[in-house]
Design a protein around this ligand. Sequence first.
Ligand SMILES: Cc1ncc(COP(=O)(O)O)c(C=O)c1O
Length: 359
Amino acid sequence: MRPVPHPRILNISPYIGGDITPPGFVRRIALASNENAFGISPSVKEIIRNSVDKTHLYPSGNATDLKQALADHHTIDPDWIMVGNGSEDTLHLLARTYVGSGDEIIFAEHAFGLYQIATHAVGATALIAKREDFALNAQSILNCITSKTKLIYLDHPGNPVGTYLSKDQLFTLIQMTPSHILIVIDSAYAEYIEDRSDYTSGIDFVADYPNVVMARTFSKAYALAGLRLGWIYANPTILDAVNRIRPPFNTSSLVQKAGIAALQDKAWVEKTTSHNAICHPWFEKEMTKLGLDMIPCYANFSMVNFGEKCADVYQYLGKSGVIVRPMGAYDLPTYLRISIGQTHEMEELVELLKRYYGQ
Ligand SMILES: Cc1ncc(COP(=O)(O)O)c(C=O)c1O
């Protein structure tokens, strides 16, 4: 006899991350996990070095200074913020707090893989909202709602399908969703598209709608993926319940300091997002010249359709030192998701692909 996991846990397919380097591949250019093209900011590095001396002490369980820094940065109330060990932590905590066995969680087709895991982990059923030509609309999500629905995860923009609901569509979704259903707007990539006039991260809806939560991460534009820091903005009545099960020290003291420093280094985020604003369309234009089509992605990655050559291109790139992400696990087996790296990295990738296609 040995301990047996709950059957619902064994039904979950393990998450396959972009950190895995298949045999024969060399990780020279990492374009598989939508990380920051420029790495960690020098000022954040400095703060981390200077903070190591205090790591024998427990961190602030309330992350008081970090929450204040986030509140100042976004002009919101610190009591409406909860932080976590990456946004995956906060997204899991929301399901564990508000959803139980037999309930339902809605998310879109080809949505971020964690939603599926978080749903099954709490014994709930996933209801999948259909997309049309990869675009999502509010009605498609609303059509899924039943009396058992407890939560909606909206990756906004999505990953790997990087489309988003327009402000109007998001407002329709919020207005039409019964107020006992939690709407979790996962705006992990918001920094890359905040200047689009029809986009909102959802931050403006939280104050007026107590069932709306906005989730954010420091893993992308803020370049702290390895340190793990995410946060949610929600009505304190929502957070009060989540905080009852949150591990009290789910962010380390180093991470809290690094988060504050990353918020202060506005120039690093600006460098990151303005690079993406130029390099992303350039890269996609180069892919079009090669005759390849793409799913529209409003973030720091592209979804390129390599058709029947997809597996071969993946191998070819990997063996040349460029690691991208195959999308079979997302039911998009002809696509590779390619993060936008630095200019020289993307130029090398384009040259490799031109060579592959004999151009
Ligand atoms: C849509 C989306 N949400 C959340 C996350 C997780 O972010 P974190 O690294 O903060 O856990 C990711 C990471 O890729 C993502 O793409």
